[in-house]
Design a protein around this ligand. Structure first.
Ligand code: GLN
Length: 289
């Protein structure tokens, strides 16, 4: 090959941004650079430097861009997803952790940081990749952290993430609505990002619709609240009186989920919280005494 036929990294990234934009991807520039970093096995800041220095496009970049243009999630192509201070391995069979869930985990972390107890017990119901449970253990090392996941595939990702990160979290395979009989009444914080999309409300983004596991998406009823409320009932059993419940929800559930929790008599101080886009995103409630 003559040097004249070598495509520069800069041109290849520029072309990729165009292809990804044409495919309807709003984060085309970010994604193109991230895929170049993946192909080069380096960081995105190094990619920017290499573009300025006139480096050639790496092998495999075009294939990654073509896959992404087919709306395969970026995180499935890079195999990684950042979540708060940790990086998780993700791929087919596991829900890709979302930015808004970092804030949900943050509600639990903030509560644990100001807790007066030395030994706190935290449970993550529907842990998926392990994102929330592992981030909590990473940021509040003194907490005793547990997670449970129903899908065997997702559970395997969570175990891999736990072992890669070297975090001491008890991650079990099973149904959140019956999980942790050994912890009933002993838990300080239950946090949960359940499947909550209303059945029939099919997500627009192909990355979500076609690649996130359905078991992680749909809440099992037309209002999407059947599974969240079953899981909330379990949280009520697990928490000690005064313990905190944190649950993510759909933006259309900012009134209905708090109202449904209020009717059970299990909860006090029920509060709803917005995400950074100003949309209702999570409920917190304290286990009544
Ligand atoms: N947040 C998901 C989405 O954006 C929905 C399901 C969930 O997080 N539990 O598609």
């Amino acid at each position: 090959m003559t040097s004249g036929s070598v495509v520069s990294l800069r041109d290849a990234v520029r072309e990729a941004v165009r292809a990804l934009s044409d495919a309807g991807i709003s984060s085309a520039e970010f994604d193109a650079v991230a895929l170049a970093a993946c192909a080069l096995k380096t960081t995105t800041s190094e990619v920017h430097k290499l573009m300025i220095m006139g480096a050639p496009v790496p092998a495999g970049f075009d294939d990654l861009v073509a896959e992404r243009a087919r709306r395969v999630p970026l995180q499935h192509l890079t195999g990684r997803a950042g979540f708060r201070r940790i990086e998780l391995c993700v791929g087919p069979g596991v829900f890709v952790p979302r930015f808004e869930t970092e804030l949900v985990a943050g509600l639990a972390i903030a509560h644990l940081r100001q807790a007066s107890r030395v030994r706190t017990v935290v449970v993550d119901l529907c842990t998926g990749s392990g994102a929330i449970a592992l981030a909590i253990k990473d940021e509040v090392p003194a907490a005793q952290v547990y997670g449970v996941e129903l899908s065997e595939l997702a559970h395997a990702w969570a175990i891999r993430n736990r072992d890669d990160l070297g975090l001491d979290v008890d991650i079990r395979l099973g149904d959140a609505t019956a999980a942790f009989p050994d912890l009933e009444g002993d838990v300080d914080v239950v946090v949960c990002n359940p499947p909550y999309i209303p059945v029939g409300a099919i997500p627009n983004d192909p990355e979500v619709r076609d690649h996130d596991p359905e078991i992680a998406l749909y809440g099992g009823s037309h209002d999407g609240l059947r599974i969240p409320l079953e899981v909330a009932a379990r949280a009520g059993f697990l928490l000690r009186p005064g313990g905190l419940f944190v649950m993510e929800h759909a933006d259309v559930q900012g009134r209905s989920l708090p109202a449904a929790l209020a009717t059970t008599g299990l909860w006090q101080d029920i509060q709803d919280h917005e995400d950074l886009n100003g949309r209702p995103r999570a409920v917190t409630a304290v286990r009544a005494r």
